[in-house]
Design a protein around this ligand. Structure first.
Ligand code: C2E
Ligand code: CA
Ligand code: CA
Ligand code: CA
Length: 279
């Protein structure tokens, strides 16, 4: 039994080492990814109750030369722990703002908003506010069209300091959404003490609609709570007409999910304006 235990340990140790090596390899690649142009933004539509597109969420994609497409669910946590998020985050912000600025020139796209995900380390960096301001100035994007999505991991710190950073950007017109609401160590204090504009109901609760009684109760309550506190409510991960119907009947205002469109590259997002006259 003793020998077995040692073997188990060695096996575990090897796997752990491989895993650690794999991670640091990914870390090293991530550092180069921006410069090599391996990162791209995809955009997923957000729609209102009439199905009209009111904006998009920018979602980063990494096309690794060997690994292929790496999911942000995999590499964002690595970027966060390694500190590469401090390059990646500003790149996402700048790129999203450039897209937003380009949209201002076309009346079809001028009113669209751009939601950008902000990670905890990025938000808490002392230069965060300045970086957002720089991205807005350099691109010429309208701050009123920029929405920053914060998760509860961002908010697990001094709420006074967080509110100050938010207020500095809100003074320019930037708005804030509380992403994945209900999944973290949700505290109703966030809703009271932070200058939020929108609550995003997590996909995990939408998934069980309308059949799962617990999900249905939570979603109804979150919508009612958000409405009474004056927040806009958006639901993510809407995949079926039944989910949409439930959300709509209970007062949800905005929707995002595969039912309306998957995240796609910029060129695939909006109908291309072909100005060549038909011969
Ligand atoms: P998130 O912010 O909650 O983004 C929503 C995720 O749900 C996206 O996954 C999106 O593709 C997916 N999704 C959207 N609609 C549906 C649907 O109807 N059904 C299902 N099953 N999934 C749907 P994605 O793009 O893989 O991103 C995963 C997470 O990675 C994001 O979750 C976000 O936390 C993070 N992330 C993505 N881009 C960025 C970024 O630029 N910066 C930071 N800090 N995090 C990012
Ligand atoms: Ca998000
Ligand atoms: Ca989300
Ligand atoms: Ca989510």
């Amino acid at each position: 039994a003793k020998a077995d235990g040692r073997n188990d340990f060695r096996f575990f140790d090897q796997r752990l080492q491989a895993r650690l090596a794999g991670l640091s390899e990914m870390e090293a690649d991530l550092r180069l990814a921006i410069g090599r142009g391996e990162l791209q933004l995809h955009y997923q539509p957000q729609v209102d109750g009439d199905g009209a597109v009111i904006g998009v969420e920018a979602l980063v994609r990494w096309f690794h030369p060997v690994r292929g497409a790496v999911s942000p669910g995999e590499f964002i946590p690595i970027a966060e722990s390694s500190g590469h998020i401090l390059q990646l985050g500003p790149w996402v912000m700048q790129t999203a703002c450039e897209t937003l600025a380009a949209w201002a020139h076309d009346e079809v796209t001028a009113a669209l908003s751009m939601a950008v995900n902000v990670s905890a380390r990025q938000f808490h960096h002392p230069e965060f506010v300045n970086q957002v301001i720089a991205a807005l100035r350099l691109s010429g994007a309208n701050p009123m069209r920029l929405k920053l999505e914060l998760t509860e991991s961002v908010l697990a710190q001094d709420l006074g300091v967080i509110a100050q950073k938010m207020s500095a950007l809100k003074a320019l017109g930037v708005t804030f959404s509380l992403d994945d609401f209900g999944t973290g160590y949700s505290s109703l204090a966030y809703l009271k003490r932070l200058p939020l504009d929108q609550i995003k109901i997590d996909r995990g609760f939408v998934r069980g609609l309308p059949g799962n009684a617990n999900d249905a109760a939570i979603v109804r309550t979150v919508i009612a709570l958000g409405q009474q506190l004056g927040f806009e409510i958006i639901a993510e991960g809407v995949e079926t007409d039944e989910q949409l119907d439930f959300l709509c009947r209970h007062g949800c205002q905005l929707y995002q999910g595969y039912l309306f469109g998957r995240p796609v590259p910029l060129h695939a997002l909006l109908p291309v304006h072909d100005e060549t006259p038909v011969p």
